[in-house]
Write a protein that binds this ligand. Structure first.
Ligand SMILES: NC(=O)c1ccc[n+]([C@@H]2O[C@H](COP(=O)([O-])OP(=O)(O)OC[C@H]3O[C@@H](n4cnc5c(N)ncnc54)[C@H](OP(=O)(O)O)[C@@H]3O)[C@@H](O)[C@H]2O)c1
Length: 315
């Protein structure tokens, strides 16, 4: 059966450079699993490389998508126990396609009780949140999040509280996020209320920022000098200038830590993620067939969205 995949052969706006292409899957490489995909989400982390932001380390042509869940259809003898099981086929090919090949040892088996819509989103945002909290501890600290309505910030906030944060504040752009932030124990702050943002930022010990731009500059201008400002995204599309040497600014990117994880450490990260993810509030999903990928991208770009567009490869 032909494989349908969303390829990009040049960098640019995803809507203009992504192309569905059908063709037979290539030969399965030794040591790899072949996985029939079920679901794959649309995240900022999937779209940014398509624009060419990381062009020096994005070889073209490429299939888009970094995460998702599927069922193993072919496995090497030493991984035969995974045949027919659900896995996250990570660190292999792009996931926005019907068939994905991935290194067997890095595939993450999905526990039976985990719903596939949740499993499809168990990598980029949960692992980033978990790694940031390990590296920049929130314990006994006043924590401030930006883009707090995002999946990543929602997990950061809840897991920071579990890790002993004194209080977690979440700056949100669209008002719709306030209620669910409060329900998750995160104190909502409207982004347009600059005065309130400045008051909270002035006593923040650690900031996890995904917006950059003017908001980052406002926060940095009032933060305590002994604080830590962790930048992990630039959703505003604007970089920011740091006018003083302190507070310390740290740039976090998950890819900088992956090479240092051996197979055991990589699998172990997910042993910690599964129970925490099950016990956390996360956004709902809206499912689109792969053929309707443009509608899914359009939904992704809606402001005030409370559900994550997910591509379904099954329908
Ligand atoms: N560095 C890493 O390793 C790493 C790993 C994972 C994720 N990330 C980053 O984490 C961020 C969130 O990703 P996600 O998948 O969790 O996002 P998401 O669930 O798709 O949500 C995006 C959120 O960002 C908000 N937003 C978008 N543009 C904004 C702006 N200019 N100012 C303020 N808020 C804005 C949206 O608010 P509205 O509802 O108001 O539209 C929405 O709540 C992205 O920047 C991504 O690159 C980084």
């Amino acid at each position: 059966m032909d494989n349908l995949a969303l390829w990009y052969r040049r960098f640019g706006e995803p809507e203009s450079v992504l192309q569905p292409e059908a063709g037979p899957p290539g030969e399965l490489m030794p040591g790899n699993l072949r996985v029939r995909m079920l679901f794959s989400p649309i995240n900022a982390s999937d779209l940014i490389p398509i624009t060419g932001a990381y062009r020096h380390r994005t070889p073209l042509p490429a299939v888009a998508g970094y995460e998702g869940v599927g069922i193993v259809t072919q496995a090497p003898a030493s991984f035969a126990h995974l045949s027919g099981c659900r896995v996250l086929p990570l660190r292999g090919q792009g996931t926005w396609q019907h068939v994905v090949d991935c290194p067997a040892e890095y595939a993450i088996p999905v526990p039976e009780h985990i719903d596939s819509h949740l499993a499809a989103r168990a990598y980029i945002n949960p692992l980033a949140a978990q790694m940031m909290l390990t590296r920049y501890s929130p314990q006994n600290k006043q924590v401030l999040l930006t883009a707090a309505g995002s999946d990543c910030a929602l997990l950061l906030g809840q897991w920071a509280l579990q890790a002993g944060a004194e209080a977690v504040y979440g700056i949100h752009r669209s008002p719709i996020h306030a209620e669910r932030l409060a329900a998750a124990g995160i104190i909502p702050l409207a982004q347009h209320d600059t005065q309130a943002v400045r008051v909270v930022a002035a006593r923040a010990d650690v900031v996890y920022d995904a917006t950059g731009g003017a908001l980052a500059e406002t926060i940095l201008s009032v933060m305590p000098v002994q604080g830590t400002f962790v930048c992990y995204g630039l959703l505003s599309g604007q970089i920011f200038r740091q006018r003083q040497a302190l507070p310390r600014v740290e740039w976090f990117h998950i890819r900088n830590y992956l090479d240092a994880l051996n197979v055991e450490a990589w699998q172990d990260e997910f042993c910690h993620i599964w129970p925490k993810l099950c016990a956390s509030q996360y956004s709902d999903v809206t499912v689109y067939p792969l053929a309707e990928w443009k509608a899914a991208l359009n939904a992704y770009r809606q402001t005030g969205r409370c559900s994550k567009p997910v591509l379904s490869m099954d329908i």
